[in-house]
Write a protein that binds this ligand. Structure first.
Ligand code: UDX
Ligand code: UDX
Ligand code: ADP
Length: 458
């Protein structure tokens, strides 16, 4: 069997790098894993003795970090030192959509990838396997190779692509029991070394080997397909509402077809998260670059439908509340882009809340994990009072006080079993529940006297 790396360095202590390296360290006690980041506050948080204060909230992550930190898992700002000591370096830095210049709004901004590749070129010693972990547009490895290739004599590099498919909120489970591990590259010996790391806990038939480009493209394609299913079901949900069908029944019926499958058919307020929109727009940009206009337009429509769904929900709330929400209190249940995470990147709640603020509503937001500071950044205004304002409150009951409506936007477990009698009693009548996730106990809410709108229910 292939030799194991002795020291792994991961550049980027974010949502991907942190949990991934923690699981590698947990499963491979013989490997020393050092996660480095330029952001000293983030590293300090990873080193916080209080494990409830890690910078990433993931169920089970605290236990994994607790087992390995200080043993064979380290978090540090000494980037070059960790690279120099490592025989394998993961690049797990951020790759947001470019906000200006060529490809603005669609292409990925690779400046952090480029900067970290340059640091590796400078600091590495001997032979180093460099592994792309961030989602990167197809053919980025070529750029990384070019930067590394320009290095000094006595250094050599093998570049691999090893995209991460973990979903937030289930990161530890996804890492410990992956559907597959994908390793792309053109150096079989390097692929063997990385495969030997995963072989500690992943069975061999789940470790797929491809060329570099296929690996990079598979990540974009997987996310595009998943997002496409959500836009597809959300489009059908709107159609169900217009015609009297029920999207839950439709989803169950089509999901029973083994060619379609039951997962990712939950209609909702649109997909959020750091990956889906970014990866699709990347795919769109690349297709256009290669002259494939029809293909680009096809995938672009997935994002357009998603944006439309969010505006549609804000609009229908206003319409049901007699065409105006100016000065009205509305309770927003959930601000994270999905349950079990504190992440709000691209959360559908942001666009819906902004539309309602624009209409003059007073939003009472409840979310078990998202901070007031983050909501302020996302909504572009601090918490306040009066028309077009928002506040973060501690409980659904507090949010409902004097409110005309509740909007269920994130499927947090605690929102599934609420005391609807108590809630309805403190709302202004006639009161509404807008269940954009289809998760509330609708019968109980109706029994408490609320008017109920549920996503996809005609
Ligand atoms: C389809 C549905 O499968 C069936 O459930 C429904 O009742 C009727 O329509 P059918 O048209 O007989 O059945 O054939 P199907 O095997 O689904 O193929 C349809 C077309 O898609 C064919 O031209 C086939 O070549 C093509 N196809 C199918 C692909 O190009 N790629 C695939 O992966 C699958
Ligand atoms: C996703 C991919 O699942 C993961 O493989 C990839 O590595 C990163 O992107 P993530 O963004 O963490 O993971 O969350 P995911 O569970 O996929 O949900 C994305 C969005 O789709 C959320 O806003 C979620 O609420 C929404 N969604 C998901 C639905 O609206 N309906 C569904 O049926 C599933
Ligand atoms: P992801 O969701 O892909 O993990 P994050 O934004 O959560 O992305 O994390 C990426 C991390 O990478 C950030 O903490 C950022 O500070 C770090 N980073 C970016 N560029 C560099 C670099 N050149 N050297 C070290 N760390 C970097």
């Amino acid at each position: 069997s292939a030799p194991l790396p002795q020291r792994i360095c991961c550049i980027g202590a974010g949502y991907v790098g942190g949990p991934t390296m923690a699981v590698i360290a947990d499963r491979c006690p013989a490997i020393t894993v050092t996660v480095v980041d330029l952001n000293a506050a983030r590293i300090a948080a990873w080193n916080d003795p209080d494990l409830s204060r890690l910078p990433v909230y993931e169920p089970g992550l605290d236990q994994v970090v607790g087992r390995c930190r200080g043993r064979n898992l380290f978090f540090s700002t000494a980037v070059e030192e960790a690279i120099a000591a490592a025989d394998m370096v993961f690049l797990s830095v951020n790759t947001p959509t470019k906000t200006r210049g060529l490809g603005a709004g669609q292409a990925s901004d690779l400046k952090w990838v480029e900067a970290s590749a340059r640091t590796v070129a400078k600091a590495a010693q001997g032979h180093t396997i460099v592994v792309e972990k961030s989602t990167l547009p197809v053919r980025t490895a070529e750029a990384v190779k070019a930067i590394l290739g320009a290095g000094v004599a006595g250094k050599s590099f093998s570049v691999l692509s090893n995209p991460e498919f973990l979903a937030e909120g289930t990161a530890i489970g996804d890492l410990e029991h992956p559907d597959r591990v994908l390793i792309g590259g053109d150096d079989p010996a390097a692929i063997d070394v990385l495969a030997a790391v995963y072989a500690h806990w992943v069975s061999p038939e789940r470790i797929l080997r491809t060329n570099l480009w296929s690996s990079e493209l598979s990540k974009l394609t997987a996310n595009a397909f998943l997002a496409q299913r959500i836009s597809s079901i959300n489009g059908i949900a709107a159609f169900c509402e217009a015609t009297g069908a029920d999207v839950r029944e439709v989803a169950r019926a089509i999901g029973a077809d083994s060619r379609i499958g039951p997962k990712f058919l939950q209609a909702g307020p649109g997909f959020g998260g750091s990956c889906f929109q970014k990866d699709i727009l990347n795919l769109v940009y690349l297709c256009r670059h290669y002259g494939l206009e029809e293909v680009a337009a096809y995938w672009e429509q997935v994002v357009r439908l998603n944006t439309w769904q969010q505006h549609r929900i804000a609009r229908l709330v206003v319409t049901r509340l007699f065409g105006t929400v100016t000065g009205k209190r509305l309770a927003i249940l959930g601000f994270a882009f999905k349950a079990d995470t504190n992440d709000t990147r691209e959360s559908p709640a942001i666009r819906i809340a902004r539309d309602l603020l624009e209409e003059g509503a007073q939003l009472m937001i409840v979310d078990p994990k998202v901070s007031e500071r983050q909501i302020g950044l996302d909504l572009g205004q601090p918490a306040g009072e009066g028309e077009g304002s928002w506040r973060l409150v501690a409980s659904v009951e507090a949010a409902a006080l004097g409110a005309d409506a509740l909007l269920l936007l994130t499927e947090w477990e605690q929102f599934a079993a609420l005391d609807w009698m108590a809630i309805a009693a403190v709302m202004r009548q006639p009161a509404w529940l807008f269940d954009a996730r289809g998760r509330a106990d609708e019968a109980a809410a109706r029994a408490a006297g609320l008017n109920v709108w549920r996503i996809g229910q005609g």
